[in-house]
Design a protein around this ligand. Sequence first.
Ligand SMILES: NC(=O)c1ccc[n+]([C@@H]2O[C@H](COP(=O)([O-])OP(=O)(O)OC[C@H]3O[C@@H](n4cnc5c(N)ncnc54)[C@H](O)[C@@H]3O)[C@@H](O)[C@H]2O)c1
Length: 381
Amino acid sequence: MPNQKPLNIGLIGYGFMGRTHSNGYKRVNDFFPELAYRPVLKAVCGRTAEKTQEFADQWQYESIETDWRKLIARDDIDAVDICTPNNSHAEIAIAAAEAGKMILCEKPLALNPEEGERMIAAVEKAGVANTVWYNYRRVPAVSLAKQLIDEGRLGRIFHYRANFLQDWTINEDLPQGGAALWRLDAKAAGSGVTGDLLAHCIDTAVWLNGSITDVSAMTETFVKERMHNETGKMEPVTIDDACAFLCHFGNGSLGLFESTRYARGHKALYTFEINGEHASIRWDLHDLHRLEYFDHADDSIVRGWRSVHCTDGDMPYMDKWWVPGLQIGYEHTFVHQVADFLKSVETGEPCNPTFRDAQETQQVCDAVLESARTRQWKNVG
Ligand SMILES: NC(=O)c1ccc[n+]([C@@H]2O[C@H](COP(=O)([O-])OP(=O)(O)OC[C@H]3O[C@@H](n4cnc5c(N)ncnc54)[C@H](O)[C@@H]3O)[C@@H](O)[C@H]2O)c1
């Protein structure tokens, strides 16, 4: 559409997420031509000019900044995209809201619920559009799970279980902290697998199955000391390497969640299963275009788990892509979130999860960490 309105993006942080989001901005109008807005890659901000310029050249950003405050102060930026480590989300988001910018913030929303509250207050006071990149909501199979649950096909839900398993920190010689390994330093990350991985599982769970009311958790730090990249010294490891928790949902169902970076053989195995009165659902990130579904209403002689290949045009988002049978992948979830955000700017409706929605995950993470610390059940919020 030639008369699409430009929406000028200012990207802060050009690492892993900076790339996925940039790809989303670049692709979105090709596949969602009906959108009234077109993202323009106006500026990218990093800390060193040379590397930031390299990224800008590669991804065709029009300009660079090396101080995020300058990016936020620019009149030609409409939306600020926060792709920096977790300990900078609150400061950047609050400043961006005060400058009247729309905000797309990476997950987890903040280091803790207190920061989250201040971020919510800032965006709501400024009245600016805001969203948090819990992108797994926008895997077509996961969106389909939401549709099936909302249609009542599962009936009463009894169980929700989720895992997020990795194995990349088993080596005890791996250092912690600094630009590459900020995830292993609680000062930068807030927590370990709880805020990094379980936050995704919790966001999806709350979206699909409603609020979590209370939790009982255990965490473990298997390697107690690692060399810190900033000091060059061996220092205590402050993050949780593994976390498992039980919970109750408000709808009466029971939850079971586990995450670790010590599950040898697993790189990013995010799975969930939901068991309802009439039907069950299972999903696996490694096979993300499939939704497994068991329906007790099926004729008993053919009853069994079906593996639904989520590629037909009547599946969520799939009418935008190829022909039935041809699947899409990880990067498309970010294209979908950009599309939904642009649509929300057009309609004035919120783009889920908003900061306020994402705060619920923050509160569950906080309760999980507190429960593990005190070895007690903990209420959420
Ligand atoms: N949605 C998802 O699935 C997903 C996946 C990975 C990471 N994340 C989140 O995205 C965020 C970034 O993670 P990542 O994996 O892209 O990290 P990364 O380390 O790959 O990139 C972080 C970037 O931020 C930059 N940066 C750091 N401090 C800065 C500052 N003060 N000013 C400007 N730039 C600064 C770094 O130079 C780097 O380019 C984190 O909050 C993380 O939790 C989300």
